[in-house]
Design a protein around this ligand. Structure first.
Ligand SMILES: [Zn+2]
Length: 222
């Protein structure tokens, strides 16, 4: 049986951390909401998404060829869940672990064993600026497509969605409950295999909405 570990590389890729503007919301709560039932943000580094559109790029042409069909789907879901625009481009943006890609770019690299110490891992490094997601790089492990590994297509899709959610600021939740549809959070590292509907669950959609709502705690224009 394959064992798979997915984790976010919480690297020191942060650019700068801005001061929070704290103000009470309609419920008298001060500050952004950064976790809930089955979801969690990468706070305090990332608490919100600003209003700028995002682009999806690729480390090289091989990554672009392989991952574009998947990421079109991911981008459509992120667009619907956040109200922002996520566009799959043909841009080549080489990625290096620990180095932030250009603003509002998530660049993907498709390669075997991107973390040799954990051969089954895929990982994502996320950059932030003033509390907002800024850019990210995502290494998708090509071993999941290897003959003989017997990964299902929905598992490969869920890995890509999981890593993409890290790219905009989601973390692994503290608990992994089931929703009304019987699904556990896609961001529970070892339970993505249970999500067979090929899309984000209600837990991630709640987190994406909160990333947008938390914008209210930051200066206008950020
Ligand atoms: Zn993860």
């Amino acid at each position: 049986m394959n064992t798979r570990a997915i984790s976010s590389a919480a690297l020191a890729a942060t650019l700068t951390i801005g001061a929070l503007v704290t103000a009470p919301d309609a419920h008298g709560v001060t500050g952004p909401v950064v976790a809930g039932n089955g979801w969690k943000l990468q706070a305090p580094r990332i608490t919100h998404l600003d209003t700028k559109p995002w682009v999806i790029a690729f480390h090289d042409t091989a990554s672009r060829t392989k991952l574009t069909p998947y990421l079109r789907n991911t981008a459509a879901e992120l667009t619907a869940a956040t109200g922002l625009t996520f566009t799959v481009t043909t841009k080549i943006v080489p990625v290096t672990v620990g180095k932030c890609p250009p603003t509002h770019t998530i660049s993907y690299r498709y390669m075997s064993k991107p973390n040799p110490a954990v051969p089954n891992q895929s990982f994502t490094g996320t950059c932030s600026l003033a509390g907002a997601a800024y850019s990210a790089y995502s290494f998708i492990n090509s071993d999941y497509w290897a003959a003989g590994r017997r990964f299902h297509e929905y598992q490969r899709m869920n890995v890509i969605w999981h890593e993409s959610a890290h790219g905009v600021g989601l973390s692994h939740p503290a608990t992994c409950p089931r929703n009304a549809a019987g699904l556990q959070p896609l961001m529970c590292a070892d339970t993505y295999k249970d999500l067979r509907t090929r899309r984000y669950s209600s837990f991630e959609r709640t987190a994406f909405r909160q990333l947008v709502l938390n914008r209210a705690y930051y200066p206008l224009g950020s």
